[in-house]
Write a protein of this length. Structure first.
Length: 171
């Protein structure tokens, strides 16, 4: 599908932080360069909002990371890590991200999802059919759902230039 990107488009960027973090870690043993992702996703268009969905642990060691996101213009929505009695952990923002995208859609021409999670396919379909939004996805293609890539109006594969979108982890 041909996607038209023009400077007057109003865009919102919704970042599935955990998804990108784990992809970069497993594929490249690196951290994600969220500044470059935001720059690539917006592509010279009008950024209305950029929101990263993040998880807070008991240690609080991630607060510097949250501050860094804010400094580059990305709002953070924070949820506590859930730890169950059997030791299982859950850190899921899918519903929150989807609700925010639906709520903001009337103010946007383009919704950009930074995730490879196929659970967002119904969101893409809804935003396209009911809100008239162009929906783009940016993520690491090697760890992204093939059906998600197909459902999006455009897909930016960060695996095409991983050095641009990652920061080498320190030994």
């Amino acid at each position: 599908m041909a996607v038209i990107k023009h400077p007057a488009q109003r865009v919102g960027v919704f970042i599935d932080t955990q998804n990108l973090y784990h992809s970069a870690k497993h594929l490249y043993r690196a951290r994600v360069n969220f500044g470059k992702i935001l720059e690539e996703a917006v592509g010279g268009r009008i950024l209305v909002r950029a929101i990263a969905y993040v998880i807070k642990t008991d240690t609080g060691e991630e607060s510097a990371f949250f501050d860094a996101l804010t400094k580059i213009g990305i709002e953070t929505k924070v949820k506590d890590l859930q730890v169950f009695s059997d030791g299982a952990k859950k850190a899921d923002w899918d519903v929150g991200l989807a609700i925010d995208a639906v709520k903001l859609a009337p103010k946007l021409d383009t919704v950009i999802l930074a995730t490879g999670d196929g659970d967002f396919i119904p969101l893409i379909q809804y935003l396209d059919l009911h809100e008239g939004c162009q929906v783009e996805v940016i993520s690491f293609g090697k760890s992204s759902s093939a059906k998600l890539k197909e459902a999006a109006h455009a897909f930016t594969d960060m695996c095409d230039d991983p050095r641009k979108f990652t920061i080498s982890s320190r030994a």
